[in-house]
Design a binder for this molecule. Sequence first.
Ligand SMILES: [Zn+2]
Length: 376
Amino acid sequence: MTLTAFSHKFNGEYDLSQYKNLYLQNVGNSLLDIQFRNFVAEDVECPHCNAKGAYIVNSGYSKLTKQAVRQEHFAFKGEDGRDAHKFFCDYYTGSDKHKVASNEGLITATKYSRNFSTKIIRSYICKGISLGLFSQLDIRNMREWFFELRSQKEYKLKDCYHALWILKFILYNHYKKTTVYEVDKSKLEYDNFDIDKETYKSLATRFQVPNLDEDGRNAILGLSLSHFFKKSLQIVQNEKDLWTFNRGFLEEKFRITTKLATTILTMSPILRESPTNKPFKVMTDNPTMAYAALLLFISNWSYELALDKHKRINNDCSEVDNDNLGNVMGLNPFVFFSSWMAIEFAQRWKSTAWDVEFEKEFQNERERLRACYEIS
Ligand SMILES: [Zn+2]
């Protein structure tokens, strides 16, 4: 649902009520006639993929409860009557749409956003624009940069579900200094006993600890922290056999963005109290990561220049007189980055570490352990 869209005529990004007000103040005096519909179709573009053919979908109400069940929003239709958004656009809804994890980096920052971080970041963006540090066009350019990047079909995601689990337990065994798997029937008493996990633990003892130095700590984070690991498994299940772009290219940018986002959180008395203010949790705070990435994008990825811009925004105590400026749809290009790093690492490791079928090895070992544990 496109809640804010870009207007050429009013040179900015607006939600529908703001857009209608601007129209009534500057162009026509009715929102019900064909003139308004034609104006919208000509003027408005998708804020993400620049699709044209905009029209307005009115709010929907439940006949039963009279409660709103659908928010008023922009929609985009091509000449053939089909969804006009480009395939990789987050708003694309065609029947061949794939729900990919990158879509989850999108942030809609309307005035009515309830998310705590979104509200604060929205105020930073308003201030940054009113101070002339960046413009809505810069934000548009950043989205375009990321859109181009993720449109590149660099490799097909291969199934590495088993490899991820085995790598996770290689690290676990290494940490626990375990070199052999021992069948321990007392584990059967625990509710969370899981024969699949035992199988992976056992398979993991057959491998050396891979050299993770070169691939950085991001792969380790993705394998060891449950939030990222679960997402890695989900991505592989949902997106295997789909073409995707190489995230490794973003690794350095991810590191600087995480560093800047952490500093931004630390500098704000309000955000500092936020539950997201933990070293690795900042990576899951999409609004703050998106804002830090924007500051870096317009500063040619220089940490010092970007931090300087944030300091100016943070130290400015003046009121923002145009609240519309914050109507920008930001995005976090690094959403689930650690999960992706784990996946990319697992794919490389799988191709070099084992030339037999993972599925077959898994099933064989699972059967063996089921017999050992006497599971029928
Ligand atoms: Zn679009």
